[in-house]
Design a protein. Structure first.
Length: 114
C-alpha cells in the first residue's frame, strides 16, 4: 500500500497550490479520502474529506471557501486545491485513505511566507 503526496512548496500569502496524492495497493475507488495537516508543535487536524464516489465533500471551517478537495478514481488520485493561502496554512499536509483500514502518506510541506 502506498500513498504519495506531491505539490507542496513555498508560496506567498494570497497564492495558490495544488496538492496531489496517488494511491496504490488498495481499492482506491472504494476509499474515503481525506487531507490532514500538522503545524509545528500542534496536533494533526482534518482539513477536507471526500466520499468514495466524489459526490460528498466536507471542510474544516478554517479552509471553507478557499480549499477544494476532488478526486479522479481513474487515476487513483485525490487533489487539494488551495487558494488564498495564509501564513496559518503552513503545515505538513497528509493524505489519508479509509476503507476497512486507514492508510497514510508521508506528507508534503506547505510553507506560506513572504
Amino acid at each position: 500500500v502506498q500513498l504519495v503526496e506531491s505539490g507542496g512548496g513555498l508560496v506567498q500569502p494570497g497564492g495558490s497550490l495544488r496538492l496531489s496524492c496517488v494511491g496504490s495497493g488498495f481499492t482506491f475507488s472504494r476509499s474515503h479520502m481525506k487531507w490532514y495537516r500538522q503545524a509545528p508543535g500542534k496536533e494533526r487536524v482534518l482539513v477536507a474529506a471526500i466520499s468514495s464516489g466524489g459526490s460528498s465533500t466536507s471542510y474544516a471551517d478554517s479552509v471553507k471557501g478557499r480549499f477544494t478537495i476532488s478526486r479522479d478514481n481513474g487515476k487513483n488520485t485525490v487533489y487539494l486545491q488551495m487558494n488564498s493561502l495564509k501564513s496559518e496554512d503552513t503545515a505538513v499536509y497528509y493524505c489519508n485513505a479509509v476503507y476497512l483500514y486507514s492508510y497514510w502518506g508521508q506528507g508534503t510541506q506547505v510553507t506560506v511566507s513572504s
